[in-house]
Write a protein that binds this ligand. Structure first.
Ligand code: ADP
Ligand code: MG
Length: 680
């Protein structure tokens, strides 16, 4: 929307309109919903003597001295005294000539800020100064809004007050419903928050339990619930090809396996098979702990789709994982005469063009790759199923791109991370879930040891011992976020060090900078056993599967997140041999690092680890939305507002079936707002 068009029923200058656009305010409702960040109390004067340390107060006093000091740096220091006779220093590290004028000796001023009782006396740093003291005191708290340069608080306040006067008084929700929910009308709630009644303190107003806040949170969550439900209905009414196979590929695939499926795998596969046979798109999450065997389940789903005559795309979050899948799927599918195309970001143009051609003309029935699979220039002959591995590793933007590409295609997502309950009820509400809650038989739990880096030579002995028994070892180098080059250097040093200590062993190195073909060569050598110790940067984190590896050494484990540690540890313990995971750490340990190491040491169940992880990180982190900048919810907070979320969830289906006009009205008002009601 061009910023010069005034869609407001009040007069606003072009210049101000541009500023409002910067704040994402483009209509009268946006203005009304632009709520205060905090409130300032200018309703009374506190004697300097009564001010408590660190509590914001307004004082009224006469300037008795003004001085510019140069130590420790240039600053304006103003000495004031109030009627109680107490003296206070006002300190400004940045100041303008007109402030000096405001604070001339003899002037009476009001200053708003926190008083600190310092060594040299009481002081206020950068208080807000008022000189219009003859105007009297404010009658209620003063709201302070988020704003941009060039649009000051009083101007924004005036605009919002004008907007409130022009808002239609009719509510989106019927009065009897509000009464039942014990919620106030929306307009009343907004007026309350923008101009709080005098008896409320700033602290009261920050309480999310205030009815006015509850109303806003409820409305927002209800809009999300309604749109999610409607989206689900739309999906169920939508069209996709029903994929039913005759078993000629899947049965061969099963027969060629060296193991039989666990009951949990069979159950998940049955649920997926059911979904694929429907004429509306599947939207299912396959959830199972690291090592629970999700890959074969999705391969069997792929086999069914291919039997039905359709193409399947398998997308992985990293090139190494895509490569692993490629090797595995080749081993499973090539003997059955299935053509597989590989696509990743770092491929040469010629190979890429070749793969694109095979997918466009249908020569290849399977596509395996990174998110490069869903770039604009990739077209499929007849895509029937999309499989997304390690779904939680993809950002919101990538998920949305996929959503757009795969509108009428069945989708199967896989994740080792359980979804927190509030997210399952909100952003993930349109996702059916299958759980693999059982590990393949014969696994012995991985033994975890915490070892101080100072004792790493003992760990080298353990490496030697492990390899002497014909087993293999992963050695993971520390994550160095600041510098990829430094991280690589550390890995190179580690290889040299281990090679010196253990000259009889063959030590390989894998890292993110290698070309795909080089990575593949290293991985193949490790899978075949010609490399015994694989030194790696954290690129091996997800999905790599070499059952003969029985020792995992992780350096600087204290720098890693819980999910990452659990994923890494899950690389061993995949065969029947007893496996170990050594977590090397360096002192001193922060409290958070200690807590994390304790969790990973005490737990092997990925669901429990994830639960504790979420306690630390919160659902917002989980969604990956904070990083990608996609707005989530503006008013509700999934960490705290479960009771409201439950109410909204229960009400949504009732409204949809009984009061569609209320649904329309509510969505119309709220969908123009900036929250992301999208499902994932
Ligand atoms: P994840 O769920 O972490 O993706 P994978 O699919 O990589 O796990 O499987 C882990 C290992 O377990 C693989 O080596 C796989 O071949 C093996 N596996 C899978 N299912 C079974 C089973 N039913 N019995 C024995 N081994 C299995
Ligand atoms: Mg996996």
């Amino acid at each position: 929307m061009p910023s010069s068009v005034n869609t407001f029923p009040i007069k606003i200058s072009t210049n101000t309109l541009a500023k409002l656009t910067k704040l994402n305010i483009t209509n009268i409702w946006d203005l009304a919903l632009h709520l205060p960040l905090r409130y300032e109390d200018e309703t009374h004067i506190t004697p300097i003597a009564d001010a408590q340390n660190g509590v914001p107060v307004q004082i009224e006093a006469t300037v008795i001295h003004q001085q510019i000091q140069f130590r420790p740096r240039k600053q304006l220091v103003v000495q004031v005294q109030d009627v109680s006779g107490h003296v206070l220093y006002l300190r400004f590290l940045h100041f303008y000539p007109n402030q000096q004028k405001q604070l001339a000796e003899g002037n009476v001023i009001r200053a708003l800020g926190e008083i600190r009782h310092g060594f040299f006396g009481d002081e206020m740093v950068h208080p807000k100064i008022r000189t219009d003291i003859d105007k009297g005191l404010a009658e209620s708290l003063t709201p302070v809004y988020p704003t941009v340069n060039g649009l000051n608080q009083p101007a924004l306040r005036r605009l919002i007050q004008a907007a409130l006067k022009h808002l239609p008084a009719d509510d989106t929700l019927p009065a009897e419903l509000l009464q039942q929910l014990q919620l106030p009308p929306l307009l009343e709630s907004l007026i309350f928050l923008h101009s709080p009644p005098p008896e409320y303190t700033a602290r009261d107003l920050h309480e999310g339990t205030l009815p006015a806040w509850q109303r806003l949170k409820f409305d927002e969550l209800l809009a999300q619930q309604l749109s999610m439900r409607l989206a689900r209905q739309q999906r169920l009414n939508g069209h996709a090809k029903a994929l039913t196979g005759n078993g000629h590929i899947s049965e061969h695939l099963l027969a060629n396996l060296s193991f039989t499926l666990t009951e949990a795998q069979q159950r998940a596969l049955a649920e997926i098979t059911d979904d694929l046979a429907q004429t509306h798109p599947m939207h299912r999450l396959l959830q199972g702990d690291v090592g629970s065997g999700k890959t074969i389940v999705c391969a069997l789903a792929a086999a069914i789709a291919i039997e039905a005559g359709f193409q399947v795309a398998v997308m992985a979050p990293t090139e190494i994982l895509a490569e692993q899948h490629y090797l595995k799927f080749t081993q499973w599918f090539s003997p059955l005469g299935i053509q597989i195309a590989r696509l990743s970001g770092s491929m040469r143009k010629k190979a890429r063009d070749e793969a694109r051609k095979e997918l466009a003309d249908g020569t290849a029935q399977l596509a395996i790759g990174t998110h490069a699979l869903f770039q604009d220039d990739v077209t499929f002959h007849n895509l029937g199923l999309i499989i997304v591995d390690e779904q939680h590793r993809f950002g919101v933007a990538q998920r949305l791109a996929l959503k757009n590409k795969g509108e009428d295609v069945h989708q199967l997502m896989m994740s080792a991370t359980p979804i927190p309950r509030t997210l399952a009820m909100s952003f993930f509400a349109d996702l059916d879930v299958s759980v693999i809650d059982e590990l393949p038989p014969g696994r012995t739990p991985v033994i975890t040891r915490l070892v101080n880096t100072a004792r790493r030579h003992e760990v080298e002995k353990l490496v030697k011992h492990t390899c002497a028994q014909g087993r293999q070892v992963y050695w993971v180098c520390p994550l160095i976020e600041e510098s990829e080059v430094l991280q690589l250097q550390t890995a190179v040093d580690t290889v040299a060090e281990l090679q010196t200590a253990l000259p009889e062993l063959n030590i390989g190195l894998i890292h993110g900078r290698l070309k795909p073909a080089e990575k593949a060569a290293v991985m193949t050598a490790f899978v075949e056993g010609s490399i015994q110790v694989l030194v790696a940067t954290t690129v091996i984190e997800v999905g790599v599967d070499v059952p003969n590896a029985s020792l995992m050494v992780i350096e600087h484990a204290e720098r890693m997140g819980l999910a990452q540690l659990h994923q890494l540890r899950g690389r061993v313990g995949r065969g029947a041999a007893a496996s170990r995971c050594v977590l090397l750490f360096s002192e001193p340990l922060s409290d958070v690092a200690k807590a994390r190491l304790k969790v990973i040491y005490e737990n092997t169940d990925g669901f429990e680890i994830a639960r504790q992880d979420l306690n630390i990180r919160g659902p917002g982190e989980f969604l990956g939305a904070r990083q990608s900048g996609v707005p989530m919810l503006r008013f509700a907070n999934l960490e705290e507002d479960l009771p409201i979320l439950e109410k909204a969830r229960d009400l949504a289906p009732v409204l949809i079936s009984q009061q569609p006009e209320v649904v329309n009205k509510h969505l119309q008002r709220w969908l123009s707002q900036r929250s992301a009601y999208l499902g994932v």
